[in-house]
Design a protein around this ligand. Sequence first.
Ligand SMILES: Cc1ncc(COP(=O)(O)O)c(C=O)c1O
Length: 294
Amino acid sequence: MTEHPAPAVRLPSPLVELVDERLARQGVRLSLKRDDLIHPELTGNKYRKLRLNLAAARDGGHGTLLTFGGAWSNHLRATAAAGRLFGFRTVGVVRGEELAARPLNPSLARAAADGMRLDFVDRATYRRKAEPEVVAALLARHGPAYVLPEGGSNALAVHGCTDLGREIGGEADVVAVACGTGGTLAGLAAGLPPGVRAIGFAVLRGGFLGGEVDRLQRAAFGGRRGRWQVADGFHHGGFARTTPALDAFAADFADRHGLAPDPVYVAKALHGVFTLAADGAFPPGTRVTAVVTG
Ligand SMILES: Cc1ncc(COP(=O)(O)O)c(C=O)c1O
């Protein structure tokens, strides 16, 4: 597979130790894997998930990427930016036809400014977005395109995320990551050396992400890989929901460490790490690495 020359990306991303007395009391050491510093527009897991897909799109002769997301989707915005940076047209299929009549929110406005053509579809159709008839109708409307699933998580994205595990290697005993569609955890866990385990903190409720990670690992590798689990107790009400405890934790973390964690994903994972540490879930001496995915 030939890869398109990439814009300057910072890889491997920095791994920095963070001193926090609450963890030190438990004998736990925490490092942050700063994937948010990989690229200003393809931050966090986005570059890792897109890299091999962009190469496959190019090799397949595609000039257009078509993908899916909600009105605030980081993935839609990153795909639009990747289109501009790597020379693809982009189409974003957005959940909610009512949004078509409203001014674009800043996230969609950014995607549109990067050249993404936005197609607002009703929620019933959006739920069926992986069905062949729905995809065929979209391709008939927009022309041939390389189709990326919601959140960008497919087998190639999972393969791209194995680099994250390889970069961390044996520097950690436990790696913590936020889990939205499960692709990042699926690849990360597969790339870690034996003996290092990964915990995915689900940011959605419903308890289905373990099954998704399993499905994605089967699609990418033909079976389960690495040591991983999904923690379903830290979603704070569901996707983009929050609680006073989470808000207070995130504000305090920003004060102490000068890094304001993304509230939808990273804050939930960090809050999960600190809660598990306070509960004594990590034996003294455990080295935890938390991935700053955005
Ligand atoms: C900032 C951020 N962190 C974590 C995730 C979760 O990644 P995944 O969907 O691969 O589980 C996402 C969504 O893709 C994200 O935008």
